[in-house]
Design a protein around this ligand. Structure first.
Ligand code: GLA
Length: 504
């Protein structure tokens, strides 16, 4: 029997694997960001992330009059207030098992994406075979698996939904645009508005993909010379996020100066800012021209800082480490409204980017590596997009993706990305300041044997005797006078939250 709050064991193929995330309590518990940005007068859609046995009755005090809460589903809809302002809404969830409440601050202003986006993207599961049915199933699974109850919200279609000019496949061929020049989906997406409506009906948001070049990376139709029409079309369909992938724009750009690198993003960023709905702009150009320095000014809400994680080379360590190490260097550029994006979380049952036709299989990462991956991404305030198969979520993968206290570190309203405290061939330490004055610290063991890792409070610039909390297991370890020292498994992590006396 699994008792709430107890770590338990889950048997995978060869080894017994510790599930560290405590089982969610029966009583309601509200999760997700504490702060949420929306532009004045724009459509509003937010499903209150909440665990606990349903039925749950939701209520919200001080909700702006233009918004409406469905008390049964916890989905808030309507239009944002027309004027700039902040609304401290008190959300409440009640059931036969208990109740929970929390303040959810709605900030009506120019900035959206006040915390990193969370969701799912189809690329590493479906590649060029993706269909509307796959996307719909993933959205349904986001609800059924409980992932949405922890704040996962965006359901993103990646490349290959449009037509593929010159394709021999009748499902993908045909004119890429209609007589008005509007972009057409391929036959695998027969009714885009219907698909987006379905995602919205669940309280989730929908993402789409294009390229500023004539073709996408997989050689499907791109937005070059149709930028405004495409943005309008995506908004009409109801999309809430656009991933805009450089790809063939290399043929168009005159040179590699920063001006040329910025041009297509400034263009699309400007168009998106003028739309009558909020569309998050995820810039994908692999870090060229130090994008972290100017992504926000170009209109981006996040920007990939590296090449594709699924293609990153495994040297002595799996590929996510080198991507993480590189992304960690740009911590000063991340903040509310604009985030460094080190790419998706590739765990669970997931496809191989080098063999895209070979289907999905269980990740080759060890359990410890998976805890390290999720901890690193959360400390780096990275967008959290799972890209494995949503319909094949096993208990271990769900435990990695859905630990409320780990996610809280990612979603912390202060919006700081962790700084690098130590980086050697054996140890990596990241520290992220949080809004309540605590510090989240990840101690990563990069070696292949267990290792004692120690961090002194002086290394972290803190004093006093903070309470040290084990974040994955969600329990306090006690007060420590000058340092924290811990034995970390091979390729594993110890993720702790140092809570100063004042915040306890
Ligand atoms: C690039 C991107 C990936 C994915 C593919 C689609 O490689 O970096 O994330 O979108 O294109 O073709």
């Amino acid at each position: 029997m699994i008792l709430p709050g107890m770590a338990h064991m889950y048997a995978t193929g060869q080894q017994a694997t510790e599930i560290r995330t405590p089982k969610a309590a029966d009583a309601p518990r509200i999760h997700g960001p504490e702060i949420y940005g929306v532009r004045p007068g724009h459509p509003f859609l937010y499903r209150i992330p909440c665990t606990g046995i349903r039925p749950i009755r939701f209520s919200a005090r001080h909700l702006p009059a233009s918004l409406k809460l469905n008390r049964r589903t916890g989905i808030i809809t309507g239009k944002a207030p027309g004027k700039y302002g902040e609304f401290a809404v008190e959300l409440k969830a009640e059931s036969a098992y208990g109740e929970d409440s929390r303040i959810f601050k709605i900030v009506v202003g120019d900035t959206i994406g006040l915390t990193p986006q969370m969701g799912w993207n189809d690329w590493y599961t479906f590649y060029s075979h993706v269909t509307a049915e796959d996307i719909r199933n993933a959205a349904d699974a986001m609800i059924a698996s409980g992932m949405a109850d922890f704040g996962y919200q965006y359901v993103d279609i990646d490349d290959c939904w449009a037509r593929e000019p010159g394709s021999g496949d009748p499902q993908l061929s045909g004119p890429a645009r209609d007589a008005q020049g509007d972009i057409l989906p391929n036959a695998r997406f027969p009714d885009m508005p219907n698909l987006v409506n379905h995602i919205h009906s669940l309280g989730l948001k929908a993402g789409i993909y294009s390229s500023p070049g004539p073709f996408t990376c997989a050689h499907f139709e791109g937005s070059y010379r149709h930028e405004a029409a495409d943005a309008r079309r995506f908004a009409q369909w109801g999309f809430d996020l656009l991933k805009y992938d450089w790809c063939s724009y290399g043929q168009i750009a005159k040179d590699e100066t920063r001006t040329s690198l910025q041009a297509p993003y400034r263009k699309m960023g400007g168009i998106i800012a003028g739309l009558d709905r909020d569309v998050v702009l995820n810039m994908c150009q692999y870090g060229m021209g130090d994008v972290w320095r100017w992504g926000r000014q170009a209109g981006g809400n996040s920007w990939r800082t590296t090449g594709d994680l699924g293609l990153a080379k495994d040297n002595s360590l799996p590929g996510f480490y080198s991507i993480g190490f590189a992304n960690a260097e740009h911590n000063l550029y991340a903040g509310p409204g604009g985030w460094n994006d080190p790419d998706y979380i590739l765990i669970g049952t997931v496809g191989d980017a080098r063999h895209q036709d070979s289907g999905v299989r269980q990740t080759q990462l060890t359990p410890e590596e998976q805890y390290s991956y999720m901890s690193m991404w959360s400390l780096m305030a990275a967008p959290l997009f799972f890209s494995g198969d949503m319909t094949k979520l096993d208990p271990f993968t769900r435990n990695v993706l859905c630990n409320a206290e780990v996610i809280d570190i990612d979603q912390d309203p202060l919006g700081k990305q962790a700084g690098v405290v130590r980086k050697t061939s054996a140890e990596f330490i990241l520290a992220k300041p949080l809004e309540d004055g605590s510090l989240a610290v990840g101690l990563f063991n990069l070696t292949t044997s267990p290792r004692a890792i120690r961090v002194n409070w002086s290394d972290l610039g803190i004093s006093g005797q903070p309470m040290v909390r084990d974040v994955w297991r969600q329990h306090d370890l006690g007060s420590f006078a000058t340092a924290y020292s811990t034995k970390v498994p091979a390729h594993g992590v110890d993720l702790v939250r140092l809570v100063p006396k004042e915040a306890q």
